[in-house]
Every structure is written in structure tokens, then in C-alpha cells.
Design a protein around this ligand. Sequence first.
Ligand SMILES: O=C[C@H](O)COP(=O)(O)O
Length: 232
Amino acid sequence: MKLLISPINPEEAIAAYEGGADIVDVKNPKEGSLGANFPWIISSVKESINAGKPISATIGDFNFKPGTASLAALGAAVAGADYIKVGLYDVQTEEQALEMLTNITKAVKNYDSSKKVVASGYSDYERINSINPHLLPAIGAKAGVDVVMVDTGIKDGRSTFEFMDEEELTKFTSAIRAVGLESALAGTLKFEDLPMLKRIQPDIIGVRGMVCGGDRTSCIKAELVEKLRNEM
Ligand SMILES: O=C[C@H](O)COP(=O)(O)O
């Protein structure tokens, strides 16, 4: 399992990097679960870790706006992100998800085919009325994305495990693997979830709150990233 850590600024990015993150994922929680940060923050995070690790950037919890999302995805790629992550938040149908992901992937890969697109659904999709994440492996494969993930849409302390149990998450990650893509799980994961995560074996786990000491509005601590790295 690779470890993706979500800092909000270069200082936190250095803590994530020094603690042993495999992917440093720039986001802006003030603008939502997968809120986008500014292009200059993405660039300065990239500079601060000096290409030591791949950078990811979230482009937002999107509604159905394929043009806006494609332009945002290109912006993140130009700013230096190696992984470009989109949340299909107010996207309800398979057709909408396919149109979003196809155009985002085209925008990113036409710029640089080595960059990766991450399609994120939400484990709490029922309470936010978004697309069922189990539909995303097939749609993601058709659209040409690289990674399919789930996170929680509402950050109110409830974990992905409260919405999808071990059996369901195992089915989800297996379906992603079966179509040749990488899987990522996130959403208020905790240290005590590690045994279950090891059984599910996603390719990537994504965290913030866990390495801030439980409060995702606090800041990332390198020693907690290191502890997580060691326990993984
Ligand atoms: O992509 C990962 C998310 O930022 C997870 O954040 P969280 O662990 O605070 O839910």
C-alpha cells in the first residue's frame, strides 16, 4: 500500500515528505473534501520537496461541468501535479461521470501522458446524492483514468468504514483491480483501521486527520506520518 498524505501548504508538505509519504496530495479543505488549492501553492509544494516524491492535487468537489473541470485539471497539471484528482460530488449519472472523466483525462494526457488522473467517488454518496462509487471502476476504465478512489464527501468525523464495510470495500478494490486500475481509499481513516486496510489491500490509502492527531483542521505532524508508515 502506498501512503498519500494531504497537506495544505509547503510546511505541511515537508512534514508529510519527511515522515515518509509516497504521494504528497495538495488540497484546500476550506473549499470542500477535495477542495482545490491555488496553482502557486501546488508549484511551491513541488519545489519544497524538490521532486523527491510525486505530487497530487485535488481540483474540487465537482458538479457536472466537464469544461470547467477539464480546465481546472489542466491547471493542476501545468502547476506541477503528477496526479490530478477530481471529486464527482454533484454528479449523479453514469453518462455524466463518463463525460466528466473522459474530458478531464483528455485535457491532462494531451498535455503530458505520464500524468495520472484520479477519479474519486464518495463513500457517503447516499447522503450527498452523488453517483454510487461501485459504478466508477467500469466508467473510469472507459474514460482512461489511472486511479479510482473513495473519500467521504462530508467531513464531519464519520469514516468511510461507517458507510462501506470491509466486504463492500474489498469488492470495490477488486473491481478496480479487475479493470487494470489502481485503487485508493480515504475518509477519516484511523490508526485502528490499519488491520482492516491491510486485509482489503488498496493500492493507496489517503489520510489527513489521522496524521494531524485526529483533528484535520490542525496541522500534519511528521512523527505521526512516520508512525503510520512504520505501522503499515
Ligand atoms: O485524500 C485524503 C483526504 O484528505 C483524507 O482526509 P481525512 O483523512 O482527514 O479524511
